[in-house]
Design a protein around this ligand. Structure first.
Ligand SMILES: [Fe+2]
Length: 439
């Protein structure tokens, strides 16, 4: 066959490929797995949506909801099943959102508690017995991390993988229920996570899906989030539940708010300066920070959304030698090298995006190409992270993606604390032989 006879066909093929190819969207999210809705089928006084959170040194806050508005805010607890030597009373609240009325939301602080000890407890003076284990007072300590959780079958898969291996504290960098003003979904989320959140402290910060502002009627936002997920902001001298800090073992964790004021005149900015200035690195050699919208991101989703906050606050974290920044929002995983002001910097924090808990919106599949030189690993899969702090100088980070029923380690790295890194700390007295893959 002569080439001239093929030419029309080749031209047609060229024009088809060039002009008739489907235009790809900025990024494509695969069909998400279905929502899991957990209903409540027990009595009005039955404690539901039980979760716990750290509430200052040696104290734990127990939170739950009852349909019965007159149920007591009391927690009985002890170290032997069925025997409750301790009891504490707390407070309760409720809220309305248009035609929705919440149940009675109870918050009770219990303690002082011993470290690394299993406590058995029940809420409201009766009903089901729960148990939790307090974190250790010294290293090692292990955190499990997943953001943008939602309440789908992917969420259930991620939580099953989190629960399959022991850990001390769960960290959630924003976007919990994806209720998005549909308030019963907050209740369903609370029931879904109860088996995990009632046994280990859940420390959360807010994402954009917690805002739930409705102009004029609910202009402040965070109505459900602040009522249901009270965090230790008063215990850490913050005036807002939207940002706070806590210590666990030798780690100081700063939970920042991406959706409240953060400029240099803001309360959050001033609080962060004071909070980090008060850190004693001899007691807490490690500092981690959590935000929702990542400051560093090479995914096509949510490009630049964390930039204003980065410009405002990055210098404070850098000067305080924060070791690690964990973010959510982008539904994928990405690990950056140590970075400051968009450049690799051996004294800057490692930035990690881990907004891959399994929400209904699906994955953010498209990354910018070529990959920025400061981006070390990136993958659009659901999963969770593990941060095991072995001692004052070394920690191990690993990311485990969900391979349906299995949880597979896809990325891992050794970290050396900046407080022990002589180039970044003039007072450092500890040096170490670094493994090859260490940052
Ligand atoms: Fe988000």
């Amino acid at each position: 066959m002569e080439i001239s006879s093929l030419l029309p066909n080749l031209l047609c093929l060229f024009f088809f490929l060039h002009f008739a190819s489907p235009v790809l969207p900025e990024y494509t999210r695969p069909p998400p797995r279905p929502l899991i809705l957990r209903s409540h089928n027990q009595s009005d006084s039955h404690p539901q949506q039980v979760h716990i959170s750290l509430a200052g040194k040696d104290y734990m806050r127990v939170s739950w909801i009852t349909s019965d508005k007159k149920a007591r805010s009391v927690v009985e607890y002890g170290t032997t099943p069925g025997k409750y030597g301790g009891a504490a009373t707390g407070e309760s609240t409720s809220y309305h959102y248009f035609f929705y009325s919440s149940g009675e939301i109870h918050h009770v602080k219990i303690g002082p508690l011993k470290p690394t000890t299993t406590y058995y407890y029940r809420c409201g003076g009766g009903g089901q017995e729960f148990s939790f284990r307090t974190p250790p007072s010294t290293f090692p300590v292990e955190f499990a991390v997943a953001g943008d959780l939602g309440q789908t079958e992917w969420t259930e898969s991620t939580l099953a993988h989190v629960g399959a291996r022991d850990y001390d504290v769960f960290l959630l960098p924003g976007d919990l229920s994806y209720a998005d003003t549909q308030q019963p979904l907050w209740d369903s989320f609370g029931r879904l996570v109860e088996p995990y959140a009632s046994t280990r402290p859940w420390m959360v910060t807010e994402g954009n899906h917690e805002i739930e502002i409705f102009p004029i009627i609910y202009p402040q936002g965070f109505k459900a989030y602040n009522a249901r997920w009270v965090m230790p902001y008063q215990e850490s001298k913050s005036t807002s539940n939207l940002y706070y800090s806590f210590d666990v073992a030798g780690v100081h964790v700063v939970m920042l708010g991406s959706y409240t004021d953060f400029d240099s005149n803001s309360d959050q900015y001033k609080w962060l300066q004071a909070d980090l200035a008060s850190v004693d690195r001899a007691k807490t050699p490690w500092i981690f920070a959590l935000i929702h919208a990542p400051w560093y991101n090479s995914n096509s989703a949510h490009t630049g959304e964390g930039e204003t906050m980065r410009v405002a606050m990055e210098d404070i974290l850098y000067r305080a030698r924060v070791d690690l920044v964990l973010a959510g929002h982008v539904h994928a995983y990405e690990r950056f090298t140590r970075v400051y002001d968009n450049k690799a910097d051996q004294c800057g924090p490692v930035h990690l995006t881990i907004g891959d808990g399994g929400n209904r919106e699906g994955l953010a599949l498209m990354f910018e190409n070529p990959s920025p030189s400061i981006s070390m690993f990136r993958e659009a899969s659901f999963g969770h992270g593990r941060l095991r702090v072995f001692n004052a100088t070394h920690a191990h980070w690993s990311w485990h993606h969900n391979n349906d029923a299995d949880s597979i380690t896809a990325d891992e790295i050794w970290l050396e604390s900046l407080s022990s890194s002589s180039p970044c700390n003039d007072d450092a007295t500890v040096t170490s032989n670094s493994p090859n893959d260490e940052l």
